[in-house]
Design a binder for this molecule. Structure first.
Ligand code: HMG
Length: 440
C-alpha cells in the first residue's frame, strides 16, 4: 500500500493578540483564572486590518512552497477549509491561488480547486480528500495543498467571546511524506445538531454548554467506530492524541472520557481497581440515571489517579501549547494541536519516528472523526523550519478599545476604516474588495 500523508506544514497566526487575563477579564469583571485555568486560554490571535482568511492562507502556503522548493506545477490540487468564507460561489482556494500566482512564474491552471465546509472538521475532511485523491492514483505525481483558514470571532458579550482566534494552517500532502502517514482506518460520529451554526450571519449562534456535550457525544461515537475499523485502542499505543481544541478545557473533558474508554478491560483498569474500583457496567444498574451517576463518579476518581495524570501530561498536555496562546482557529485547530505535540517532542529530543498519533477532529453541526498517523523518520527536520513561536511572540498586544475596533471592523465586513497596528512584512495583504491581496 502506498504511504500517503502530510509532507510539510506551515502555521500563520493573525498579527494581533488579545491578552485574556490582563486585558479581557478586567473589562468583563471576571476572575482572570476563569480563562487561564478554567478554559486554559491565555490569549487569542486576531487579524490586523490588512489580514483576512485569504492573506493568512496565502502567506502560510507561500512560506511552505518556498521552503520546500515547490513550484505551481508540483501542486495538483488546492483545497481550502473554512467557515469564514465571504463568497458563496467562488472558493477561497481560487483567491489564494491568485495571490500565489503573483509571485511564481507558473500558474495553477492545471490544479483542481475547491472549498470544504463542515465547521471545524472541514480541515481534516480536506486532508482526507487529498489523501484519497493520491491513493486513487489520480495525482500524476503531484501533491495537494490543503489550507485551513478562519477568523473565529463571536458576537461581543456572547459566551464564546473568550475563545476567539484567527489563523491559517497550510499542509502539503504527498506520497512518502516527511512528517506523518495517515491510516486508512477512520471512525466517525455524526448527527444533525443545532448548537452552533451560522446561517448567513457573521457570528455564530451558539448554545455553548450544549456544544460541549455534543462534542463529547460525537467524539465517543467516533472512537467506538474507529475501534470497529482498527481494533481496540490502548492509551500506551499513542505518543500524542491531538484533539480539536476550541479551548484547552474542552480537551481536558474529552481526554478523560477517551482514556476511560481505552482502558476498559485492560491491564490499566486492573491496576487501578484496588484504588478506584472497576468501571460501572450498565447491566449492574436498574436505571440509566443511576449508571450515569456511578460512571461520573468513576471518571472523577480516574482523573485524580497518578496513572491518568502521567498519561495526560505526556500524551495530551503538549498538544495544547499553541492553542492556549492563539485561541480557536476552527478548521486549523486540530492541526495546530498536532504541530504543538511534534514541536514538543523535538524540544525534548524525543525520536518519534514510527510512533503513532491518534488524531481526533470535530466540527459543530456535528461530526467527529478519528484516525491514526505514523510519525515519519526525519520529522524533526520539518518541524525545525517552523517559526510559529516567533510569530506568536511578535503579535501586537491590543488594548481593550483597540480590540473593540478590530472586532467592529470584522463585524462590518471590513467597511470600517482602520489603520493597521503592525506593518506588513513582505507578505500578501488585503487591500479592499475587487482586485485584491497585493503582495508588499
Ligand atoms: P462560560 O459559560 O462563560 O464559562 O463559557 P464557564 O462558567 O462554564 O467556565 C468555564 C470553566 O472555567 C469551567 O470549568 C469553570 O468551572 C471554570 P469546567 O467546569 O467546565 O471544567 N472557572 C474557573 N476556573 C478557575 N478559576 C475561576 C473560574 N471561573 C470559572 N475563577 C463555554 C464556557 C464553553 C460555554 C464558552 O466558552 C462557549 O460558549 N464557547 C464557544 C463554544 C465552544 O467552544 N464549544 C466547544 C465545543 S463545540 C466545538 O468545539 C466546535 C467549535 O470549534 C465550532 C466549529 O466546529 O466550527 C466551537
Amino acid at each position: 500500500m502506498t504511504s500517503v500523508g502530510i509532507d510539510a506544514i506551515e502555521v500563520r497566526t493573525g498579527r494581533l493578540k488579545l491578552d485574556l487575563a490582563e486585558t479581557f477579564a478586567p473589562e468583563q469583571g471576571d476572575d482572570p483564572e476563569k480563562y487561564t485555568k478554567g478554559l486554559g486560554l491565555f490569549s487569542s490571535s486576531f487579524p490586523d486590518a490588512y489580514e483576512d482568511i485569504v492573506t493568512m492562507g496565502a502567506n502560510a502556503a507561500h512560506r511552505l512552497m518556498e521552503r520546500k522548493g515547490l513550484e505551481p506545477e508540483d501542486v495538483g490540487r488546492i483545497d481550502v477549509a473554512t467557515e469564514s468564507s465571504f463568497d458563496n460561489s467562488k472558493p477561497v482556494s481560487t483567491y489564494i491561488a491568485g495571490c500565489l500566482e503573483q509571485v511564481y512564474d507558473g500558474d495553477f491552471h492545471h490544479a483542481n480547486k475547491g472549498e470544504r465546509k463542515f465547521a471545524c472538521i472541514a480541515g481534516t475532511q480536506s486532508l482526507d480528500d487529498a489523501v484519497n485523491w493520491i491513493l486513487a492514483g489520480r495525482n500524476r505525481g503531484r501533491g495537494a495543498l490543503v489550507i485551513a483558514t478562519d477568523t473565529a470571532l463571536y458576537a461581543r458579550d456572547s459566551s464564546g467571546e473568550a475563545t476567539q482566534g484567527a489563523g491559517a494552517v497550510a499542509m502539503y500532502i504527498t506520497e512518502d511524506p516527511d512528517l506523518v502517514e495517515l491510516s486508512t482506518e477512520q471512525g466517525y460520529g455524526s448527527a444533525d445538531e443545532t448548537d452552533f451554526l451560522k446561517p448567513n450571519q457573521q457570528f455564530p449562534s451558539v448554545d455553548g454548554k450544549r456544544s460541549v456535550q455534543v462534542y463529547l457525544a460525537r467524539m465517543r461515537e467516533a472512537l467506538e467506530d474507529f475501534e470497529r475499523a482498527a481494533g481496540d485502542t490502548h492509551p500506551d499505543d499513542y505518543a500524542f492524541i491531538p484533539f480539536h481544541t476550541p479551548f484547552p478545557g474542552m480537551v481536558r473533558k474529552a481526554a478523560v472520557l477517551g482514556y476511560r474508554h481505552m482502558i476498559r478491560g485492560t491491564d490499566v483498569e486492573d491496576e487501578l481497581a484496588d484504588d478506584i474500583g472497576r468501571q460501572p457496567r450498565r447491566d449492574d444498574f436498574d436505571s440509566r440515571e443511576a449508571f450515569e451517576e456511578a460512571m461520573s463518579d468513576y471518571v472523577d476518581d480516574l482523573k485524580e489517579t497518578d496513572a491518568y495524570r502521567e498519561w495526560y501530561g505526556e500524551a495530551i498536555d503538549p498538544t495544547l501549547s499553541i492553542s492556549s496562546q492563539v485561541g480557536n482557529w476552527y478548521t486549523g485547530s486540530v492541526h495546530i494541536a498536532r504541530v504543538s505535540a511534534l514541536k514538543h517532542a523535538v524540544e525534548e529530543g524525543r525520536d518519534l519516528a514510527g510512533q503513532k498519533l491518534l488524531v481526533a477532529s470535530y466540527g459543530s453541526g456535528a461530526q467527529a472523526e478519528i484516525h491514526e498517523e505514523t510519525v515519519q523518520p526525519g520529522f524533526e527536520d520539518e518541524l525545525a523550519e517552523l517559526n510559529v513561536d516567533e510569530q506568536v511572540e511578535r503579535r501586537y498586544d491590543l488594548s481593550f478599545s483597540e480590540y473593540e475596533q478590530i472586532h467592529d471592523r470584522h463585524n462590518h465586513e471590513k467597511s470600517v476604516e482602520l489603520e493597521p497596528f503592525t506593518q506588513p512584512d513582505s507578505e500578501f495583504v488585503f487591500d479592499g474588495w475587487g482586485p485584491m491581496n497585493e503582495r508588499q
